[in-house]
Each structure stands twice: as structure tokens, then as C-alpha cells.
Design a protein around this ligand. Structure first.
Ligand SMILES: [Zn+2]
Length: 334
């Protein structure tokens, strides 16, 4: 019945997808039709971690731009979805905390946008949203158990079972960035040590590369070459490429990343037995350089019965995954 209703409405309105990153410095707002097609998108990344007020004012401007009457000739906005890079209490519509910014604790974000937009609004964690998007439109269509792993500045996971996001008892299911993968390992954003995020996130990879290169002039020169002299801008994808080209330091870092991701994912596979693991975020831009060795490792670490049919794939939406996720949240059950 709901599908029929969806088709009936398909020419009569729009949804909004709103994304707030874990640091609050990367937001996007997108207008989509009821098939999930993005019609207009605005993105205004900042170079610093802004306070809550700044983020909300910026989003307000972006909403004004996207909802310009010229864009809305086909009807009105029906619903908004918000994908947030932090812990979200979906039952109460609140941000519990952002992982890389202050001032968001217990923030009533759903109420904020419902008042601003005067439409129903659904908020969720960005990895959960991206997981739902992959199952609805992307690399995991038709999968009954799908895990999305967002390897961005932080690491988040989203689990979709039988078409629904699995939230757990207090909405923290999927927080795989804080799984312990290396005893006495590097410090994590949460204050713990040896967590997956402290080794395999985009930020951890770039930091390790810059930190270790200080003692290795060849590596330092290679970083300078690929970043045109701006070493601080080295990306995880560039580290993977330098490793493939034979740089010993990059290889050491990539090996650490593969080891820790392999441990975390093999443990998850034994618990939930997914049909597909989708890798997204900046680190996943490394593509086959990341995925092929990881696939081998996971098969080595898992019971054959648990992993023989498991697919490990790159996100269909690349760096758009969270935006598409926000739109998918808005389109749920329409
Ligand atoms: Zn942690």
C-alpha cells in the first residue's frame, strides 16, 4: 500500500536531505524528487570547527537557497531527512553528541528543523542513513543484512536488517569506530586507546603518514610531490597509492589499516553474518587498493561458512553517501 501511495505522490512534491558532519564543518543541503533524484545541492565546507549557532545559521541560508520558489514548481516539500555525524537518539529526535565538535550534546535537532521547515523531519546517524541508502538504491539493493562502514574523518557503521536500520537499545549500534583492535594503540577521539578509528580513519592515516615521514626524507619528498608542497593535505587515498608505488612508510601505515579493519570486520561478520559490507568515506576512495587485500584478510580470519558468500564493495555514492542517506531517511515509507 505504501508503495502505491509513493507512486501516487511521485509527481507532487519534494524532500530535503540535510547533512551535518561529525565536526560540524561540512554541511550539505539537497533537494530531491520523490524517486530520490537530487535536483539541487548546496555545500559550504568550512576550514574550522564552527559552533552550533554558526552551523545552524549556515544551514538556514543553504535551505533558503535550495527551497527557492523557482525550484519548487512541482509541489511542496513533504519531509526532511537529516544525517548527523554523531550519536543520535532517534526516538527523541535529538543529537546526543557530535564526535568532533562541542555544543551539540542533547540538542533537539528534529524539533529545530520541524519548526524551521514546517514539515515532518527524520534524523539519524550518518552511517545509518548511508546504509539505508545503499540498500534502497545503491550497492546493497535486495540485501537482507547489510553493513555500511563510513571511513571518514571518524569511523561509523550502519546496519540494515530486512530493510530497517538496526539501532540497538540506546541508538549506539554500529559505533564500530570504537572497537578495540590494538592494545595500547594510538589515542582515539573518544579518549580511549587502540580503537579502530584511531588507526583506520582518514584523519588517522594522514596524521600517521605526516608524523612518520619526519624521519624518512624519501617519504617526505614523496608527500611533497603528491600534495604539491602542502603535506598537511595528504589524503588517505594518496597514502594508499604511495604504498602501491613502493613507499615503505606508506606500506607500513596501510598494513596497519588493513590489519585493524580486518580484525574489526571479521569479528562483526561472525556476529551478524552480513551479505555485503559497503565501504564509504574518504578512505574508501582508495578503491581496490583497500578492498582487495581486505577481502583476502577477512576470508582468512572468518569461518568459511560465514564469509564465503560475503561481498565487500565500495559505496555507490562515494562522498555523496551521507547526502543520499539523508534523502533516503526523508523518503522512508512515503
Ligand atoms: Zn574511540
Amino acid at each position: 500500500m505504501q508503495r502505491t501511495t509513493g507512486k501516487l505522490l511521485a509527481t507532487q512534491g519534494y524532500v530535503l536531505g540535510i547533512e551535518i558532519s561529525g565536526s560540524g564543518s561540512r554541511q550539505s543541503v539537497a533537494l530531491a524528487d520523490l524517486n530520490g533524484k537530487i535536483l539541487h545541492r548546496v555545500r559550504r565546507p568550512l576550514e574550522y570547527v564552527p559552533d552550533t549557532g554558526t552551523v545552524l545559521r549556515l544551514l538556514d541560508d543553504m535551505l533558503n537557497e535550495v527551497m527557492h520558489p523557482e525550484q519548487l514548481h512541482d509541489g511542496r516539500i513533504l519531509r526532511a531527512g537529516v544525517a548527523v555525524g554523531g550519536l543520535v537518539d532517534t526516538a527523541r529526535g535529538m543529537v546526543r553528541t557530535l564526535h568532533h565538535a562541542h555544543g551539540w550534546d542533547n540538542f533537539p535537532l528534529q524539533d529545530h528543523f520541524e519548526q524551521r521547515l514546517d514539515v515532518p523531519c527524520i534524523i539519524d546517524n550518518n552511517a545509518n542513513a548511508a546504509a539505508l541508502a545503499e540498500v534502497a538504491y545503491g550497492a546493497a539493493v535486495g540485501e537482507r543484512v547489510a553493513l555500511y562502514v563510513g571511513l571518514g574523518r571518524g569511523i561509523g557503521g550502519g546496519l540494515v536488517v530486512n530493510g530497517k536500520i538496526y539501532h540497538g537499545m540506546t541508538c549506539t549500534a554500529g559505533e564500530i569506530g570504537h572497537m578495540l583492535v590494538k592494545e595500547n594503540g594510538p589515542k582515539c577521539s573518544c579518549g580511549g586507546y587502540g580503537h579502530l578509528e584511531a588507526i583506520a580513519s582518514a584523519q588517522a592515516i594522514s596524521r600517521a603518514m605526516i608524523g612518520l615521514s619526519i624521519e624518512y626524507p624519501e617519504t617526505e619528498a614523496a608527500i611533497g610531490r603528491v600534495t604539491e608542497g602542502r603535506a598537511e593535505r595528504i589524503t588517505a587515498e594518496q597514502v594508499f597509492r604511495l604504498a602501491a608505488e613502493g613507499d615503505k612508510i606508506a606500506q607500513r601505515i596501510v598494513d596497519d589499516v588493513q590489519t585493524s579493519l580486518g580484525i574489526a570486520l571479521a569479528n562483526i561478520v561472525h556476529l551478524i553474518n552480513p551479505g555485503v559490507i559497503i565501504l564509504g568515506g574518504q578512505v574508501a576512495q582508495a578503491g581496490a587498493l583497500l578492498i582487495q587485500p581486505l577481502q583476502t584478510r577477512i576470508h582468512e580470519l572468518c569461518l568459511p561458512a560465514a564469509s564465503e558468500d560475503l561481498r565487500i564493495v565500495q559505496s555507490s555514492f562515494g562522498i555523496e553517501a551521507n547526502t543520499v542517506g539523508a534523502i533516503t531517511l526523508a523518503l522512508q515509507d512515503i
